[in-house]
Design a binder for this molecule. Sequence first.
Ligand SMILES: Nc1ncnc2c1ncn2[C@@H]1O[C@H](COP(=O)(O)OP(=O)(O)OP(=O)(O)O)[C@@H](O)[C@H]1O
Length: 644
Amino acid sequence: MTMSWSNEVAESTQNATRSLLYVPPHLRGVNNGVNSFDNASSYGSSFTESTQTQYGFRSNRPGSAGSGRAGRGRGGPGGQSQWRICRGKSWGSSQSLGQEVFAVSEKLDDLEVSEDEEAEGNVGGSGGGGGGINFDAYEDIPVEASGRDIPPAASTFAEIRLGERLSDNIRRCKYVKPTPIQRHAIPIAVAGRDLMACAQTGSGKTAAFCFPIISGIFRSRTFQSPSRYGQTVSFPSALILSPTRELASQIHDEAKKFAYQTGVKIVAAYGGASISHQFRNLEKGVDILVATPGRLVDIIERGRVSLRMIKYLTLDEADRMLDMGFEPQIRKIVERMDMPKPGVRQTMLFSATFPSEIQRLASDFLSNYIFLAVGRVGSSTDLISQKVDYVEDVNKRNYLMHILHDQKVNGTCGKHALTLVFVETKKGADALEYWLSMNGFPAIAIHGDKAQMERERALKSFKSGATPIMVATDVASRGLDIPHVAHVINFDLPRDIDDYVHRIGRTGRAGKSGFATAFFSQKNLPLAKALVELMKESNQEVPDWLHQFAETSISNGRGQRYGGSRFGGYDFRSTPSASDNYYHSNSYGGTDPTFDANVASPYHVSDVAPTNGEYHLSANAEPYTAGQYAYGGSYETIVATGWD
Ligand SMILES: Nc1ncnc2c1ncn2[C@@H]1O[C@H](COP(=O)(O)OP(=O)(O)OP(=O)(O)O)[C@@H](O)[C@H]1O
């Protein structure tokens, strides 16, 4: 049998196991077909008024009447919202729980990807589709760039001149058109500039940093030889750091596809996997090393890798990499392990969220950089329909099971509609996996206490649809690009709104719609304000009760966001507190000599309607005011347990 091109390149993880039905160890030999959901027939009665959802179908979804951003074209021709009122019914808080979860499953129905669609290569995801991605969804996204002499954006890949081989691979991946982050970031990176880039989850950041690196290494080939076969110490030209093993592995797979037949060698090194195997891979030659921080330090200290020749440094999920959990290790790698200094190497930082404190820390690693924000910094894409339900902790399991049961009986949770359930703790993940499995729901858990093989097996089983429910801690919240995740359920809400943004971002990727449900209880009060702001920014309907919580709640700081909605993003250099005398650009290609670091420019570069590569300045936005977008409050320590 001939393997498809992408399968050939990414041999291992691409082998789906759809035909396998996962049976958890404790259920082997047990009649798995028995659905003990009968036990749950009394759900309705076990829910008090306060646990009833305040479900509202969105009549004000983008593209429908009343939307401030009508005509986006998302969800089909004519800009019809995916989340329409189903079958002419309207729902309210007086509906029974059963009816409400039924409504959820109807929504999931809308999300299902047909076999035809997949066959046509219209499905995004690491499988490499993309031809039918709804790029219109991104067209009116605000873009802001600040910094000196900003290279102009490109509207096609061809304009960027990435080289023939890479261009062929881009076509093979069915990337017809660059996404907004790619249009802006790739020319900046190809021009050799340092970059801090913030763009929404699922919007194509991986390619935005991989293409310039691969192209740059390929071009310099004649002048500089790669790390050669048999060398005991490897000297990669590029280092891509990721907070999790799974993300490192995914970036490695993607980069390999992009670098196919270019001769650019890519090696992954992350914890939990055999280090001797990784040494052997390094000995075969490495241009681009994709690594998690812990394993990288280990291999450097064992003298197997030197960072002396690094020309490109990328931190994916950069804000996570620089938060309290990882920062010391990253500093050690970047500042004390032989790596060329900022200005000598090229540094690129990418994330969907960038709190100002982290931007400040990150600026230590950058030189004369450009800040690029596609969409509002830290906002979620409005491709994700968000719903928040008030559910007391004691009722969460039953409520979850009711939702899943409904998906199941309505046939809406097929192999193409996966459900990802986030919980707070590793123990909680195991317990919920067990409980769901015992109740006839094929679930698998992933968390940092599992052996790497088990983590990989869990992910593979979930991706293939063999186990369509995955219970996860935050180890799966960032970067993972899993096709067909239709529903993200925050069984336990995170304490940090940015984590919420990343978690729900596992659905609604590459222009596709997704659905996110959060179970909110009293203990989530500190998150209420930020959640309301985020939902409003993403054009979501906010339940009245959540508004009330938000008004009364005191933020814990991490929950709080930069205040208010505003066009474009926020570059921390434009606040009075930015310690250095930073520059600020008022246009692509020009620096405003009158720029005052204390009052940022009111001009914004917009690509709302780029014509012939021309970008328009809009002076319509209010000037920044001091601290207006500061990531308010105190900064709580986040311990990145189980990440590396
Ligand atoms: N130009 C493009 N054309 C078609 N598909 C694309 C394009 N760029 C990226 N994709 C696809 O979009 C999906 C999301 O991309 P990617 O994983 O890079 O998103 P991301 O912005 O890094 O998300 P996150 O913030 O969650 O890490 C992937 O499946 C990728 O293959």
